[in-house]
Write a protein that binds this ligand. Sequence first.
Ligand code: 16G
Ligand code: MG
Length: 562
Amino acid sequence: MKEEQSSLLLKSSSLFPPPQGVKLSYGTAGFRADASILKSTVYRVGILAALRSLKTQSVVGLMITASHNKVTDNGVKIVDPSGGMLSQEWEPFADQLANAPTPEALLSIIREFVEKEKIPFDGVQSAEILLGRDTRPSGESLLEAAKQGISSIFGAIALDLGILTTPQLHWMVRARNKGITATEPAYFQQISSSFRCLIDLIPNGAKINKPDSTVVVDGADGVGGEKLEVLKNILTGLVVEVRNSGKGEGLLNDGVGADYVQKEKVVPRGFGSHDVGLRCASLDGDADRLVYFSVPADSSSNIDLVDGDKILSLFALFIKEQLNILTKKGNEKSTNNFEAHLGVVQTAYANGAATDYLKQLGLEVIFTPTGVKHLHEKAAQFDIGIYFEANGHGTILFSESFLSWLEARHNELTSESEGSEQQKAAVRLLAVSKLINQAVGDALSCLLLVEAILQHMDWSIHKWSELYQDLPSRQLKVKVVDRTAIVTTNAETVAVSPPGIQEAIDAEIAKYPKGRCFIRPSGTEDVVRVYAEAATQEDADSLANSVAKLVDRFLGFGSSGQ
Ligand code: 16G
Ligand code: MG
């Protein structure tokens, strides 16, 4: 590393001292903490982003958001050149950078890493980083810190894209590296036109004048609500009413948003008995999660939740149907067929009834640990891989080889039999691949796909919700001395440490019909999470409670000395 580079790093990092007595970890989805202690971390992630861009010789992204966390928190994460999450191999380096106590320690960590990774670091190569942030008030000054980090690496430039949803930034990084226009208008144009294409192909003509063609969306008082206000004006074929768009008095994620709705199973602020029967949806604070809900007739605050599992089921059903039409044996040449491998990916939080339903559709279902990076990786192994967490984060991935086959087949069908059912199925699948965000789960694009499929099927939210009945479940969290004492395996369904705890959990599960329960350390909060499912709500509650007590007995504050 050149002398000037080293002294620039020493000088600039001395302006961003790390917080005292805090150990930061890249976690499930980047660094997150109270915004007041994050400047140094964000500055250092700026350096990390520049190094990642140099290493990959591609554009990377840096997003400032704390998603569904409270408004006073913030966070930062990196978008890899593919548009996905930062390579997990780099996470330990991110932790080291964030926790280096002094400018000198920071410099030596960087030096060592640059050498080990053979990063071209001569100031000749250039690095480019796209920056985005959500609507949190702390975002602007943190973004400045990120810019300082980036400009402390010679040859690195930052392009500030301002306020964006997290999935928009992922989409833009991916687009940029593919040589496609990477702007917000281009993003809106792509998702609105592919939505329109699906609507135009609805059997028996568009049904947009039906009374339930309106979807009412809770924008969590965040960036998603703000962007949806723009998107809805360029959409045709759907009426969107946005509430909690961030323009009013309401506070981000405060009694609103997908995380609140999914966990509490109650209406968000601004919704109530006047919405009985309407199709409602909720985005999270950075618009990478989506859940639907409706307010039942006898209620003003309880909801009928239509979660990520049901979104996944709806998508799987539609894709499977279109694939069947496209590849059905007929008079076409058999060489034109492609045995597309369609699979779905879930986590242990998926409701047991959802998994049964998907299996019964004949789909291959696989499980991974919690966190988008794990699900995404597995879904990418299929020709068409659909992944969703119950909390509403998910997308559909199409492999390059399937897409090139689909393009070719589409061209062939268009010249041979334009307007045939098969040709329409090919157009629909191509439209889905453009509508759905291939980089990461995206609430706005998923919302449009759900709406297009519901119109296609001519289904109400109730019909959709009745695809299967969720098993009653309960989630609890337990504060413990050290949550890392829990080590899990089999996609987090079995705790291998502390010794004996799994046997004790199994003994509890055995007491309840259809009982299922697991524990895992949270990747975003200092707690252990307990999930339980059983045939009745009472049983699910009781199972969750007794396992929470077990966790407390093994690892709680009264457990030391055990
Ligand atoms: C993060 C993850 C989400 C996961 C959640 C679990 C991403 C983009 N987000 O929000 O997928 O479900 O963490 O939180 O990966 P927990 O570990 O606190 O339960
Ligand atoms: Mg989020």
